[in-house]
Design a protein around this ligand. Structure first.
Ligand code: GLC
Length: 805
């Protein structure tokens, strides 16, 4: 077993690195909800404001060498010219000791060389849109040391796509200068064709000490045929004070330091924006001055850091478990909910792996917010309302939108997008117990995909979605695939408009069950009956058409031929059709056999394949069925991590705790790494990726598309609500764990509707599932139906809940 290049410290909520040349950047996100950055273990990274497509403040060279550059760079130059950095990049110089660590919302880099120590801490200010770099340089020697410190960042032309294709013209629309009064470099991208030119910001890069020299011109800073690793101006020890009026901008600031024996010098750098540079230069300059005064004020940066830590502390403390499985506990308490916040903020758009172009996926965000519905229901509701505003009047919704970018949404009608809204609405209602938000009004989106149309209540929006599905059933009463369903690559089976999706039928049933429950609470018996009829109609169709003998089919194609059948050469069994049958509650008596078939056919020991065997890659003709994906990648026989979550959920619902936990544990990135090593896995040990290459691929086990994946939210929901089984429902907080039989029990602390709960689950008989007794604050409650915790059982202070399996 190779030595791992990292270790976790769970008490500090940190991962620290002892080796830095990893097979890919392992990133952390820094954010205040408006301004965001990602930063790797080597200090490579990128900063953007509001939208990574519109206001990309710094550059990151995707898909390129040198890997993982540029970033947030600091150079320490000694008197003899030796130059090193607190992070692994930019300097290649060997140091005596180095460490780096990621924590919720901030990262720290530290190095020691020849009796000097330098630390760089990166985080986002919470109240102003500024990234803070705290640098500490310490002289550990017994004598005075002179050195020079440089902070450097490469600036971008804001409009990421245009920069890629037209940057050679547009780079002449850049202006970066050093404002003596402000002691700051200011930078503006001056193209007036910017879609939000009124918001187009002024960027500032400044520190809280007087600057000795500066440079705004990247090419002057680096020198001919050099790069950030050995910039000529750092080599010279002083920057050229070069302004930029067109060309490649950067921010470089220099200070000469003279440190007494034992002395530490602390410098804060601020890389931030002020809105509206092109509209009103004078105002922006004076606001920059005010903001810098604030940032430079005594203790301000530290207060911002404290605020950031409190935000994360509150967020993570909202659910806390103690379980006899260190890796799973770390996931559930720290890294999974952390990643869920990132995907809630960024959808699938941006990471060191993803270019930022994708905006907000409708179905993606509806799922991402499920992990916020139980921690931050207000935020989940806000996003749900936004999603509803992207639904068209016929009930279907757009597929992608860009809330900040003032560009039309993208509408290629999927059969599933609108359905996901229902689950989110239910989750919010279940967490808060408040259904009134369903009556809030929100407009539909007009067909121009830009302007708001007629208003309707959220409840009507949800019903419209159901109408859309009911109006788009195929010959066998199952929902049409349309462009695709959740599986983006399922489309070819339905291109002629007749193919039908079994997964959408299952989803439809699940949504109708939730709506039926809500309709009953709203005393709308008539509607509840309609939903019930529709459920029965779908169940009947599934009973009739879905079974293949050992497992459920994935659908019927345009010629009514089964998809995902034992008679198929490729993709003869699909995971989602099995797991979602359990979730839907349909075809009850065949569910266990279907899940057993999934286990036998699809489980690799490092995740279940989405389908198998994969279609052979190009030049086989069949590759066209999956748009040329190689065998074993993603929807073509890959381990699609998000789909694994539903298999875990299904096993938990079946009460098979051992199986559910096997599936859960085997995909925890740290466990995969323990099995195959960092070099083979590639991805972060603390964040889920979208897909692992499946066994049809020679690189079986390799993580693809890290960080921005629906796996984050679903693993979060599945582990807390189905494995540990603390599940908000409209009847109360259901306690319904499915756990490994080996466990003696576990503990959870959770907030619920303003109450604090301390839950202890005991498992004296080593069962996998099934609550027999529930005691709340010494009162015993019947669990005939199920163990629901209701508000009327709770009191204002701590509530002790004991549950016995
Ligand atoms: C990606 C997409 C998601 C889709 C899935 C399967 O994760 O973001 O919308 O459902 O792939 O195709």
């Amino acid at each position: 077993m190779e030595k791992l290049p990292y270790s976790f410290n769970d008490n500090n909520r940190e991962i620290s690195f002892n080796s830095f040349d990893l097979p890919s950047p392992w990133i952390n996100y820094l954010s205040n909800g408006r301004m965001h950055a990602f930063v790797s273990q080597a200090a490579g990274g990128m900063l953007w404001w509001l939208s990574p497509m519109l206001f990309r403040i710094t550059r990151y060279r995707f898909f390129n060498l040198p890997i993982d550059s540029p970033g947030f760079y600091v150079y320490i130059r000694m008197e003899d010219g030796t130059t090193w950095s607190p992070a692994f990049r930019p300097c290649d110089t060997r140091v005596d000791r180095r460490s780096a660590s990621h924590h919720p919302g901030y990262s720290v880099f530290e190095a020691e060389k020849d009796g000097m120590k330098a630390t760089l801490k990166l985080y986002m200010a919470q109240d102003v849109d500024s990234m803070i770099w705290e640098v500490n340089v310490t002289n550990l020697k017994g004598e005075t040391v002179n050195c020079d410190i440089f902070a450097y960042v490469e600036l971008a032309q804001f409009l990421a796509q245009q920069e890629n294709i037209l940057g050679y013209y547009l780079k002449w629309n850049t202006r970066a200068v050093f404002e003596e009064n402000l002691q700051a470099i200011t930078y503006a991208y001056t193209a007036w064709m910017h879609p939000r030119k009124d918001d187009s910001p002024m960027v500032y890069f400044a520190s809280d000490v007087k600057t000795d020299s500066w440079c705004c011109n990247r090419d002057a800073f680096c020198g001919n045929y050099r790069d950030e690793r050995n910039p000529v101006e750092v080599e010279k020890g002083v920057l050229s004070n070069t302004e930029l009026h067109g060309g490649e901008p950067c921010g470089a600031l220099h200070n000469h330091l003279s440190l007494n024996a034992g002395q530490t010098v602390k410098i804060h750098y601020f890389l931030g924006v002020i809105r509206g540079a092109l509209e009103d230069y004078d105002r922006v300059i004076s606001e920059t001055e005010e903001t810098l005064n604030l940032l430079r004020g005594n203790g301000y940066a530290e207060k911002q850091f404290e605020k950031l830590q409190n935000w994360w502390g509150n967020h993570l403390n909202a659910f806390h478990c103690e379980i006899p499985d260190e890796d799973a506990q770390r996931e559930i308490n720290i890294w999974n909910p952390l990643q869920s916040v990132h995907t809630a903020r960024l959808s699938r758009s941006i990471s060191s792996d993803a270019s930022g172009v994708r905006g907000i996926g409708f179905r993606d965000t509806a799922q991402d917010m499920l992990a916020q519905a139980y921690r931050k229901p207000e935020w989940a509701k806000e996003m749900l309302m936004y999603l509803a505003s992207q639904q068209l009047e016929d009930g279907h919704s757009v597929h992608t939108s860009w809330p900040e970018d003032r560009r039309p949404a993208q509408d290629i009608t999927r059969s599933d997008d609108h359905i996901w809204m229902v689950y989110l609405a239910y989750a919010i209602a279940a967490e808060t117990g408040d259904l009134s938000f369903l009556d809030e009004e929100i407009p539909y989106l007009n067909k121009d995909l830009v302007t708001p149309g007629e208003k309707a209540t959220l409840w009507q929006h949800l019903l419209k979605g159901m109408e859309f599905t009911e109006n788009h059933l195929g010959e066998h009463d199952l929902p049409l695939i349309l462009f695709s369903d959740w599986n983006d690559h399922l489309g070819p089976f339905g291109r002629k408009g007749k193919g039908e999706s079994i997964m959408v039928s299952q989803q439809y049933i699940y949504a109708l069950r939730q709506l039926e429950e809500i309709a009953e609470l709203r005393n709308d018996k008539e509607l509840a009956d309609i939903f019930n009829e529709r459920i029965q109609k779908q169940e009947k169709a599934l009973e009739r058409y879905a079974w293949d003998g050992e497992w459920f089919l994935r659908g019927l194609d345009d010629d009514a031929k089964p998809v995902g059948s034992h008679s198929d050469e490729h993709a003869r069994i699909w995971l989602n059709a099995q797991s979602w049958m359990v979730i839907s509650g349909a075809c009850k008596e065949k569910q266990i056999q279907a899940m057993d078939s999934a286990a036998r056919e699809l489980d690799t020991g490092m995740g279940l394949l989405l389908n198998t065997p994969g279609y052979p890659g190009w030049p086989s003709k069949e590759a066209a069925m999956v748009n040329g994906l190689p065998a074993g990648y993603s929807e073509n026989g890959g381990v699609f991590c998000q789909a694994n979550c539903w298999a875990i959920m299904a096993e938990a619902l079946l009460g098979r705790g051992d199986m559910a936990w096997k599936y859960y544990r085997q995909l925890i990135p740290n466990n995969v790494i323990k099995k195959i090593g960092v070099e083979k896995y590639h991805g972060e040990a603390y964040a889920y990726c979208s897909t692992l290459l499946g066994k049809d691929n020679p690189e079986f086990g390799r993580a693809c598309v890290s960080q921005v994946t629906g796996t984050a939210a679903w693993m979060d929901v599945v582990s807390t609500q189905y494995l540990l089984g603390i599940r908000p429902t409209l009847k109360g907080l259901l306690i319904d764990p499915s756990i490994p039989s080996a466990w003696d029990g576990f503990k959870v602390e959770r907030e619920y509707r303003g109450f604090k709960l301390k839950i202890e689950v005991h498992n004296p008989d080593h069962l996998q599932h099934g609550v027999r007794e529930m005691i709340i604050n010494d009162n015993k409650y019947s669990v005939d139906d199920k163990a629901y915790v209701r508000e009327d059982m709770l009191r204002k202070d701590i509530n002790r809940i004991t549950v016995i399996l």
